[in-house]
Design a protein around this ligand. Sequence first.
Ligand SMILES: Cc1cc2nc3c(=O)[nH]c(=O)nc-3n(C[C@H](O)[C@H](O)[C@H](O)COP(=O)(O)O)c2cc1C
Length: 377
Amino acid sequence: MLYKSLVRPLLFRKDAERSHEQILALLSHLEFLYGSLNDFYRVKDDRLRVQIGPLTFPNPVGLAAGFDKNAVAPKALSAFGFGFMEIGAVTAQAQPGNPKPRLYRLPEDHALINRLGFNNKGAEAIALKLERLRARSAMPEVPLGINIGRSKIVETKDAVADFLAAFERLFPYGDFFTLNVSSPNTPNLRDLQGETLLRELLAPVQEKNRALATRAKIDSKPLFVKIAPDMEFSQVDAIIDVVEAVKLTGIIATNATAFMREGLKSPAGREPGGLSGRPITKVVTSFVSHIFQVTQGRLPIIGVGGIFNAEDAYDKIKAGASAVQIYTGWVYEGPGAVKRINRGLLSLLERDGLKHLSDAVGMESRSTNQAGSYKRS
Ligand SMILES: Cc1cc2nc3c(=O)[nH]c(=O)nc-3n(C[C@H](O)[C@H](O)[C@H](O)COP(=O)(O)O)c2cc1C
């Protein structure tokens, strides 16, 4: 617990975004320690293995998008025991993001608020970076997802072309892709969650996916859509319809909330942006549960929002998530968090008499079904 008593207080004294950048820069120089870090932090146990379509995650705990937007240190980050990770969000065009300050800690609430606004070096630079990483065998050894967002200056009517440009440029480097239509910090981005616009976006990206795969003589890449928690379940149902019609691989639920601010104790709670961490744990679990119930477990769900420990991860899995991701919980709990979560999950499986993590997926939502509320709302 050295992290919480010593390292975190030091880090939290400095500006949030600056310390984040410094940690990433430090990690990019620690790649030579990959083997030792990986040996120390990785929990190896077949009971934790996750299969989502063609993707195999050695354990269910992934690093959520936004932590390493520019692929600064993906391999070093993966050494902290993650089963998979996402880089990005990457946009077709390089962009600086919103004016600073734009990232706030809410220590009393175990939360963060960010309004970074997709600051990133753009698809071309990040593709070149990934090419260099690949050339020197510095890609993570776990599946790597690339999170794609819309360039800020692009209008909604041109959003499809913008997404396609980034997707095509990055296609060779991702093991899977996440179409991010849920960031609260890019004006009008969330309009793309509406049924018509979503279909108009997802269908051509899936078509491009198949075309690029055929050209490269490989299978098409698993595609996910990442949704916001700021909507009614009826809107989620419309998204599910589109995702199933277009045959996406699954849904990542959810991004940070733009609206929920109830009960926050920290002064920074008044800042506009996306709130993540402990305050969204329960609401996100309810989204996971809803998606699982509506799809009767057909559609893989990656649950993300307010996971700090093994119980939090297990709740998401029992609600219906095949895998989970963390961001804010990792900042608060420190480098050992993924190891503790994976070890804790093994104990919880043993406690519940389950042989494999997949036996727990949707356990809680299925029992709701037996009570009769498994149908679509
Ligand atoms: C500083 C910060 C930046 C983020 N950037 C992105 C991003 O670029 N793309 C994305 O899909 N999600 C982004 N997220 C959202 C996270 O991936 C995650 O969905 C959300 O924070 C909820 O998980 P958590 O409570 O574990 O943090 C960001 C979150 C934070 C805190």
